[in-house]
Design a protein. Structure first.
Length: 144
């Protein structure tokens, strides 16, 4: 088990995910990795598949992966997102997280990035008018 976030920080992140997903059909996951054998981007693509994030209805899942041992992170989105956004779509969130991480504010950086991701996803993938917005993936933080 990885003790990276306090229970309070973990609860803040899970709540940030829940709130971000209220207005969008997009799905956001946070994953903690230790001792990955490859860089964070490559590992995030593998974890994305392992978590079943490619199975969402609109292919609009987002994964934030932290590789704790090497102090790396990645933000990736599924093909539904990639089809409608520019190549530098995640730059703002990456920069925001880096700034917070440099100050050792990992939970704060992730929560703010999740808020921004939710707002961006809402523009491209708003919650359905019917009021149905199925939570297709768990909001919990996964750990390997």
């Amino acid at each position: 088990m990885v003790d990276f976030f306090t229970p309070e920080q973990e609860a803040r992140i899970i709540e940030a995910i829940r709130l971000a997903e209220e207005c969008t059909t997009g799905e956001i996951r946070v994953h903690l990795e230790t001792d990955a054998k490859v860089d964070a981007i490559t590992e995030s693509k593998k974890v994305f598949q392992q978590l079943g994030m490619h199975k969402t209805k609109f292919r609009n899942g987002v994964l934030i992966l932290l590789e704790i041992s090497r102090r790396e992170f990645a933000i990736i989105g599924d093909e539904g997102i990639d089809a409608v956004v520019t190549e530098d779509f995640w730059k703002e969130e990456r920069d925001l997280m880096q700034n917070h991480f440099r100050q050792q504010d990992f939970a704060g950086g992730i929560c703010l990035a999740i808020q921004q991701i939710g707002a961006k996803l809402k523009r491209h993938f708003p919650a359905e008018d019917s009021g149905e917005n199925e939570n297709e993936l768990p909001n919990t933080i996964s750990i390997n």
